[in-house]
Ligand binder design. Structure first.
Ligand SMILES: Nc1ncnc2c1ncn2[C@@H]1O[C@@H]2COP(=O)(O)O[C@H]2[C@H]1O
Length: 944
């Protein structure tokens, strides 16, 4: 047997040792690999002979040399059995019985259509040899016919050639109707003769016609040239035995007639099927479960294009994994094994099951090899062109793939993007991590034209939720070394293996493309890439892949270089609420990413407001910080009695879990970190300084150009946004403890949003002069307009939300003095940030923008939380991939926003230096109570 054969012909595995033959390709990752690999190697010889046997069989089939019967389970409904009678009666009336010339012409013309799976010839048998029952029945009928003095079985001359013991169909029908009272109609008798014909007991003299109640000539196989039992008149004993057998077994033949006729119709080309025949097929399709979801009109269309296929031998391979998909199948009788490289048989499909539509709908290679498990399997087949025309877009919504009786992959029909030749395809809804990876490698790589396959992209962005990096790399390594246990490989095996290796390399390339440097953070990934590169170098068959691997290696080297250069960066969380900054004093982060092993310096207070200063890597857990702080502050309590807690400027407390990471960056603007005895949590009070403005540059805002402010705010925030990795959204959503990975860059970006928002409020409520406040409100509305123009929607939201803050919106005297033109603009801005209908106004607006842009990050986080909390991660033991898809969509938004670099036209510089310093650290009060009190102070509530 040849694994990975790319031809349409069916192959047979020699003997019953089917599975080892299929398991020729075995992957290291599966247990017992070595033992299996040995078996596989042993099976190779048998498999090869199986192929030649299959080829031989196919040639025989094509030459029409194969004969003989098998049993049939495509039981026809009673209603159809009656219908069948009518059809034959009608046919007879319409066609009449032609002159014997008709028989002569037909008998002498050459065979028109050879037998092949594409064109099964209804005049030929469907079994290699007749079943013993049909053989005996044939013998009995022939014995009686030969003994009959007025027998229709005669030697006849057709076109000068003598044909021994043949009879016209009409006379055979007459004889059978007269023979037994159970045969009432000519149609029944014709069906019985067809049942004998399809097992090769009877044949048309030229093997051109199925059995017809017409003048075509038929004869028994025993009388064909070379037949041995043809001679002589039957003895009395034989006659007795034949009569006895007929009495006992004729009703069995009678039962088979209608099904044989139906199969005969299904083996005819569409255009030869009469409307009565199509009606008959349609009536049968109604009983097939795999078609139950289809409409009547589609079933009618299918009646004319279904093709019947019969396969005599168990072990025949219908198609191979990796082959191009050409047909869809329904199993009418028998069973097939679904075999996957490296896994062996993963499922057995039975009568009524269907298979093979996955490759057709997704235009992907076959996901599994299909091997007949039994002799004499019967299938209905729909070829790709018809499938695409009739079924592709109306296929069942859900497709479930099982392995060992359990669902492993659930696919659902979804609309494709416009412009593609069909409107639908199957997409993954849920699956086991390993099966989803296999599905990706087998069917989604190696053929993609253009961009990233959406399923692959979703997988790459979210796999850390269900398949940790270490496990993914392990699986990839096993796939890449799938030939590790192979001794003997045929050219086709080798081709398959090489293609598979190429797909692993492509996967690696797309992985790096999708998640960039995050792919290199795990040392096992770097080791794997280095191994891969070495193997690709050494394998001439992978020559074309070297450039891809070099590219990945270059990116990895760049990442490592950058990491080494910036190793041991130190960050500082200033005690006075200023933004987190590099300890070097460089206030502008300028595209500096915060890394897990960077240090951060911060304070931890205790209940009496004494504090210690700590320096820890970003990824340090709350537990360790708690223990160290307790030690430094001499709390003398065990870790189980203590908690690490944030006290916000309004006194609110929020306790960290022991395994939370990114603690200092996760604090709110004016929040402080405390270590406290658990039972004394309620006694914690905020520091007085938390209610005061944070330290910032004191400058008269009026003198700064608004456009310049907006410009530098945008540049500053672009750098912060740039440093946020898509993964941080996942880490944030699942909680600081879930992955043990830091969210520091996202934390800093979110702090900035709050900083801008509270800066607006703080500035306004701390400006006592009404005219100055009016000037400031106008300036901030203009600032929002510039931020919007620069597509910095994060700052736009922050400014507008600041202006809408209760402490600002209540400044009636101020707002009254704002020109109506400004008020109108502000109303429009408020409408844009209106959260109703899930922020519809903003979503519509942002949907029309082109990158680069800075999105309103809190909304993206809300979407992530919504997807997370509204959907389980695991459904019936399978990964809920729909949830992963929802999350990946949001993560992709970030990628889209940054897909072009920021190239804003700088405004004419007026006070660039001052603006840059000013915007990097605002003076902020984030306590709403304090802000409202200040607002009251500058504009006391008017008494009515
Ligand atoms: N666990 C399975 N994995 C892959 N294919 C399967 C599985 N179970 C059934 N199949 C069927 O096997 C078919 C192989 O060809 P297709 O990929 O076209 O469609 C596949 C499915 O219809």
């Amino acid at each position: 047997m040849v694994v990975g054969q790319r031809s349409w012909s069916t192959q047979t595995v020699a003997g019953s040792d089917v599975v080892p033959g299929i398991l020729l390709l075995r992957y290291r990752r599966h247990s017992g690999g070595e033992e299996q690999a040995t078996k596989a190697t042993k099976a190779t010889a048998g498999a090869t002979s199986g192929t030649s046997a299959a080829v031989k069989r196919r040639r025989q089939l094509e030459r029409g040399q194969m004969t003989r019967p098998a049993s049939m389970a495509f039981e026809m409904s009673n209603k159809n059995k009656e219908l069948m009678n009518d059809i034959f009666t009608n046919c007879k009336l319409k066609n009449g019985f032609g002159p014997s010339v008709q028989a002569t012409a037909a008998a002498t013309s050459p065979t028109k259509r050879p037998l092949s799976p594409d064109h099964p010839n209804p005049a030929l048998p469907i079994t290699e040899t007749p079943s013993p029952a049909m053989n005996r029945m044939g013998w009995a009928l022939r014995t009686l016919l030969v003994a009959d003095n007025s027998s229709c079985l005669k030697d006849r001359k057709v076109s000068g050639k003598l044909i021994r013991k043949c009879a016209p169909g009409t006379e055979l029908v007459d004889w059978l109707v007269n023979l037994s009272p159970i045969v009432h109609t000519r149609a029944q008798a014709a069906g019985m003769w067809q049942a004998l014909l399809e097992e090769g007991v009877l044949a048309h003299v030229n093997k051109e016609q199925p059995f017809k109640d017409k003048c075509f000539l038929y004869r028994f196989r025993l009388d064909e040239e070379g037949g041995t039992a043809a001679a002589g008149v039957p003895q009395a004993d034989d006659l007795g035995a034949a009569n006895e057998h007929i009495r006992e077994a004729l009703s069995a033949l009678f039962q088979r007639g209608p099904d044989a006729t139906l199969r005969m119709i299904l083996r005819k080309p569409s255009h030869e099927r009469t409307s009565e025949e199509l009606e008959l097929v349609f009536e049968e399709l109604v009983h097939i479960a795999a078609l139950s979801h289809l409409s009547t009109s589609i079933k009618r269309e299918l009646s004319s294009i279904f093709v019947f296929e019969a396969h005599a031998q168990a072990g025949t391979i219908l198609f191979n994994q990796g082959d191009e998909g050409r047909s869809w199948y329904i199993l009418l009788k028998g069973s097939v094994d679904v075999v996957i490289h490296g896994k062996g048989t993963v499922a057995t499909l039975k009568t009524g099951d269907d298979f093979g539509k996955l490759a057709l709908i997704n235009d992907a290679p076959r996901a599994a090899t299909i091997v007949l498990k039994e002799n004499n399997c019967h299938l209905l087949r729909v070829d790709k062109e018809h499938f695409n025309r009739i079924l592709r877009d109306v296929e069942a919504n859900t497709l479930r793939l099982q392995e060992h009786g359990k669902d492993v992959l659930v696919l659902e029909r979804v609309a494709k993007q416009r412009g593609q030749h069909s409107a639908f395809k199957y997409t993954v809804m849920s699956g086991t991590p390993a099966k989803m990876l296999e599905h990706l490698l087998e069917t989604r790589l190696g053929q993609s034209v253009g961009g990233l396959d959406p399923f692959l992209d979703d997988f790459l962005l979210t796999h850390i939720v269900f398949m940790p990096v270490v496990q993914l790399v392990d699986e990839l390594a096993n796939y890449f070394h799938c030939d590790a246990h192979e001794d003997a490989q045929t050219a086709e095996d080798r081709e398959y293996i090489i293609n598979f290796k190429k797909r692993v390399i492509q996967f690696m390339q797309k992985w790096v493309m999708a998640v960039r440097h995050a792919a290199f953070e795990e040392p096992s990934v770097c080791d794997f890439i280095e191994d891969l590169a070495a193997e690709v170098e050494a394998d001439p068959d992978l020559n074309e892949e070297t450039s891809i691997v070099h590219n990945v290696l270059t990116q990895m080297a760049r990442y490592q270089e950058d990491r080494n250069q910036n190793a041991g960066q130190k960050w500082k969380l200033p005690p006075n609420g200023q933004p987190i900054c590099l300890f070097s004093g460089n206030a502008t982060p300028s595209k500096t990413v915060i890394r897990p092993d960077d240090d951060i310096i911060f304070r931890v207070y205790c209940a009496d407001h004494t504090y210690c200063t700590l320096r820890f890597p970003m990824h340090t857990t709350a537990e360790l910080i708690k223990a160290c702080a307790a030690d430094k502050l001499q709390l003398n309590r065990g870790p189980e009695d203590l908690v690490l807690v944030e006290v916000k400027s309004n006194g609110e407390r929020s306790v960290f879990k022991d395994n939370d990471v990114s603690i200092p960056t996760g604090l709110s603007l004016n929040g402080r970190l405390f270590v406290s005895v658990k039972d004394h949590l309620d006694a914690l009070t905020q520091l007085q300084e938390q209610e005061c403005p944070t330290e910032g540059v004191d400058i008269d805002l009026e003198i700064l150009s608004t456009k310049e402010l907006a410009y530098h705010i945008t540049l500053f925030e672009w750098d912060l946004f740039w440093a946020v990795h898509e993964y941080e959204l996942l880490y944030h959503t699942f909680g600081r403890h879930h992955f043990g990975k830091i969210t520091a860059n996202l934390d800093v970006f979110l702090r900035r949003f709050n900083e801008v928002q509270y800066w607006i409020v703080t500035e306004l409520v701390s400006t006592p002069s009404l005219s100055k406040r009016v000037g400031l409100v106008r300036k901030f509305i203009k600032l929002a307009a510039y931020c919007k123009e620069y597509q910095n929607l994060n700052a736009f939201f922050a400014v507008v939300m600041g202006l809408s803050n209760m402490a600002v919106s209540r400044l009636q005297q101020t707002w009254e003095k704002i020109p109506s033109k400004f008020r109108k603009i502000f109303q429009e801005f408020e409408a844009l940030i209106d959260p109703s209908r899930n922020h519809r106004a903003y979503r519509v607006f942002v949907g029309k923008l082109q990158p680069p842009l800075i999105p309103f990050m809190p909304l993206l986080l809300k979407d992530m939380t919504f997807a997370h909390e509204g959907n389980k991660t695991s459904l019936d033991g399978l990964v809920n991939f729909e949830k992963m898809h929802m999350m990946a969509q949001t993560m992709r938004t970030i990628r889209f926003c940054r897909s072009r670099s920021l190239g804003l036209e700088p405004p004419s510089p007026k006070s660039e230096g001052e603006v840059r310093t000013y915007i990097s650290s605002f003076r902020v009060i984030d306590n709403q109570r304090v802000l409202t009190a200040m607002s009251q102070k500058v504009e006391p509530t008017r008494k009515l």
